[in-house]
Design a binder for this molecule. Structure first.
Ligand code: ATP
Ligand code: MG
Ligand code: MG
Ligand code: MG
Length: 576
C-alpha cells in the first residue's frame, strides 16, 4: 500500500468526549469516526486492524472444528418471544417493526436463531457435535455507550454456539473452545487472563471470561500469583465460604459539618488524602422516620473534572429522589439526573444519612468512613474506579481463601481487566425453551446440550491500545497492526537514490509477504514520523541520502528510543 493512495487522517487533539486513552488514540489516529452515540465508522486504517483480529479468530475457530455461517442482523420477534427474551431483555434489545407492523429485533446475540437452525437441520445424534459461528454486527442499546469501540452500541462480535447430544459432549465442546480462545489470545500478543466467571442461573463452573489486563478496565479480577486461581470479582465473591464474606456494613457515622463544601473539607470529612485519585463519588442519603422507614432519599454527587485531582472535585447536591431509590453505578446516577461535572452545590450533611454500598466496592466503605465520626449514618458509597484498593485486596484474601492452593495460603492480588471474550456452557436452557430436539441413539427425542462463545472483535483493538501505548501514540502488537512496516523516505522528491531505494525495498517486502506501507505523501520528516508513531506501526524503516551513501537505512521499532543503522539487505530479518 502506498500512503498517497490510502486514507490517512490524523488529529492533533482528541475530541472532548474521549475519556480513555484507547478512544482518544483511535480517534486521533483516524481508525474510527463517530456517527452517533456508540456508533462508529470503521475507517480504512481501523478496518485493517479489525480484519486482522477477525482473521486470527476465524483461523482458530476453523482449526477447532467450528463452522462459519452468517445469521441475519434483523431477526423476527417470534423467535425471541419463544424464549421470553423479547420481553425479558429490557431496553438493551433494540426492537423495530416493518411496514406491516411486525416486530423485529436487531441481534444483540443469536441464541434464538441458531437454535432455530439446529432444531430444523440437526435431526439425529449422528450429526452431533456441531459448532456454528459467525462474525457479525451486533446492536445493544447500552445504557451508557462509552469509551469508543470499548462499549459501543453497534459492534462486531464473533459468536459461536455448540450443539451436543449430552452433557459430557457439551463439556468437551466447551473445553475445545476454552483452548481455542487461549490460542487466539496468545496470538494477539496481549497480556490477558482467563478468569472464572459467574454462570448465572445455569450453575456449575463452566463460564470463563478472557480479560485483557489494563488499569482502565471496567472489571476487577482476583488472582493468585502462586497458583492458577483467577476469577472475576462477582465469581470471587460468590465463591466465598460461608462466613468469610465481609459482614453487611453497619451504618457508619460521620459528624455533620454544616456548610462544608470545599474539596479539602470533603476530603477531610471522608478521611481521604487530598491527593486521592477518585473519578467520582456518590453519597446517597435516606431520611428515615422514627420507625426506620425511609421518608426521602437524596443523592450527592462528587464529580471529578480535569486531571483527576481531589482538589478539583466539585460537589453537587441533587434533591428530590423518591424513597427507596437504589443505584448501581455513578454513571446511572449521572444519567438519571443528566448531571454534568462542575455543577456546584454545598455538601451539607445536617440530617441522618444512609449510604448504599455498591457491589465490589463494599469493602471500601470501612476505609472511606474509617474516621467513624459520630452523628450521621452512612450506609453506602460508590467510588469511581481509580481508587487505590488496599483494604479491598486484604478483604478478598479472606473472601476467597477457601478456594485457593491446598493449604489456603495463597496470596491474592487484584488487577483490572477488559472483557474481550466469554465462553459459557448453556445446558438445555435454549433448546428446552424452543423445543429443539434431535433423535438420540435410543430413538427418542432429546434436547440439545449447548454452549455459547463470544469474542468482542471491535473491543479487542481498544483493549490492545489500553495496554500498549505511550505519550506518542499506539504501539500495536505485530499480529494486529494496521501495517507491520512503514517505509519513510526522507527527501524522496529531491533524491533519486532515496526514491529508488524506497521503491525497491517496498517491492521486496511485498514480495516477501510483509504488510508494508510506503509513505510517499511527501510530508516533512517530523510530521511523517509523528503520524506513524500515533498510528502505532511497529516497525519503521527510514531511508535518507546520508546513510544510503554507506549502504544503510535506519530501523526503529515503535518501542525503541532511537533508530539503528542497518544494511539494506538486512531489513527483512528485522521486520519478519
Ligand atoms: P460487558 O460485561 O462488557 O457488558 P457482556 O458480558 O455483556 O459484556 P457478552 O454477552 O459476554 O458481553 O458478549 C461477548 C463479548 O462481546 C464480550 O466478551 C465483549 O468482548 C463483547 N461486547 C459485549 N458488549 C459489547 C459492547 N457494547 N461493545 C463492544 N463489545 C462488546
Ligand atoms: Mg453487557
Ligand atoms: Mg460481562
Ligand atoms: Mg460476558
Amino acid at each position: 500500500m502506498k500512503a498517497s493512495q490510502f486514507f490517512i487522517s490524523t488529529l492533533k487533539e482528541a475530541p472532548a468526549d474521549a475519556e480513555v486513552v484507547s478512544h482518544q488514540l483511535m480517534m486521533r489516529a483516524g481508525l474510527i469516526k463517530k456517527l452517533g452515540a456508540g456508533i462508529y465508522n470503521y475507517m480504512p486504517m481501523g478496518l485493517r486492524v479489525i480484519r486482522k483480529v477477525e482473521a486470527i479468530v476465524r483461523e482458530e475457530m476453523n482449526r477447532a472444528g467450528a463452522v462459519e455461517c452468517t445469521m441475519p442482523v434483523v431477526q423476527p420477534a417470534e423467535l425471541w418471544q419463544e424464549t421470553g427474551r423479547f420481553d425479558k431483555m429490557g431496553p438493551e434489545l433494540l426492537r423495530i417493526h416493518d411496514r406491516h407492523g411486525r416486530d423485529f429485533v436487531i441481534q444483540p446475540t443469536s441464541e434464538e436463531v441458531v437454535t432455530d437452525i439446529a432444531r430444523q437441520e440437526l435431526r439425529s445424534y449422528k450429526q452431533l457435535p456441531k459448532n456454528l459461528y459467525q462474525i457479525q454486527t451486533k446492536f445493544r442499546d447500552e445504557r451508557r455507550p462509552r469509551f469508543g469501540l470499548m462499549r459501543g452500541r453497534e459492534f462486531i462480535m464473533k459468536d459461536a454456539y455448540s450443539f451436543d447430544r449430552d452433557q459430557a459432549g457439551a463439556k468437551a465442546s466447551y473445553q475445545v473452545m476454552a483452548q481455542a480462545y487461549r490460542r487466539i489470545f496468545d496470538r494477539f500478543g496481549l497480556r490477558y487472563r482467563a478468569v472464572a466467571a459467574d454462570s448465572g442461573a445455569i450453575g456449575g463452573d463452566l463460564s470463563e471470561e478472557f480479560q485483557v489486563i489494563a488499569a482502565t478496565g471496567e472489571d476487577a479480577i482476583v488472582y493468585c500469583p502462586a497458583s492458577d486461581y483467577a476469577a472475576n470479582m462477582e465469581k470471587a465473591e460468590a465463591l466465598a465460604p460461608a462466613g468469610a464474606r465481609p459482614a453487611a456494613k453497619q451504618p457508619l457515622t460521620v459528624t455533620p459539618t454544616p456548610g462544608k463544601s470545599t474539596c479539602a473539607d470533603v476530603a477531610e470529612l471522608l478521611s481521604v488524602p487530598l491527593s486521592t485519585t477518585v473519578k467520582s463519588l456518590v453519597l446517597a442519603t435516606d431520611e428515615t422516620d422514627a420507625a426506620g422507614e425511609i421518608i426521602r432519599s437524596q443523592v450527592w454527587l462528587l464529580l471529578l473534572r480535569g486531571d483527576h485531582d481531589m482538589n478539583e472535585i466539585k460537589v453537587a447536591k441533587v434533591p428530590g429522589l423518591d424513597a427507596g431509590f437504589r443505584f448501581a453505578t455513578v454513571a446511572e446516577i449521572g444519567d438519571h439526573f443528566g448531571c454534568k461535572p462542575g455543577y456546584l452545590g454545598p455538601l451539607n450533611l445536617q440530617k441522618p444519612v444512609k449510604l448504599v454500598v455498591d457491589r465490589d466496592v463494599a469493602v471500601m466503605a470501612d476505609w472511606i468512613c474509617g474516621a467513624n465520626q459520630e452523628g450521621h449514618h452512612i450506609t453506602g458509597v460508590n467510588w469511581g474506579r481509580d481508587l487505590p484498593e488496599p483494604d479491598m485486596v486484604a478483604d478478598l484474601r479472606n473472601v476467597v481463601a477457601g478456594d485457593l492452593s491446598p493449604d489456603g495460603q495463597g496470596e491474592l492480588a487484584i488487577e483490572r481487566g477488559i472483557e474481550v471474550g466469554h465462553v459459557f456452557y448453556l445446558g438445555t436452557k435454549y433448546s428446552k425453551a424452543m423445543n429443539a430436539t434431535f433423535l438420540g441413539e435410543d430413538g427418542k427425542p432429546a434436547f440439545f446440550e449447548m454452549g455459547c462463545y463470544g469474542i468482542g472483535i471491535t473491543r479487542l483493538p481498544a483493549a490492545a491500545i489500553e495496554q500498549n501505548h505511550d505519550e506518542r501514540g499506539i504501539i500495536w502488537p505485530d499480529a494486529i497492526a494496521p501495517f507491520t512496516v512503514v517505509i519513510c523516505p526522507v527527501g524522496m522528491d529531491r533524491s533519486e537514490a532515496v526514491k529508488a531505494q524506497a521503491e525497491s525495498l517496498y517491492a521486496d517486502l511485498l514480495a516477501a509477504g510483509v504488510d508494508v506501507i510506503l509513505d510517499d505523501r511527501g510530508e516533512r520528516p517530523g510530521a511523517m514520523f509523528a503520524d506513524w508513531e500515533l498510528i502505532g506501526v511497529p516497525h519503521r524503516v527510514t531511508i535518507g541520502d546520508k546513510s544510503l551513501k554507506e549502504g544503510q537505512v535506519e530501523y526503529q521499532h515503535r518501542r525503541d528510543a532511537s533508530a539503528t543503522k542497518v544494511g539494506v539487505a538486512d531489513i527483512l530479518a528485522h521486520v519478519k
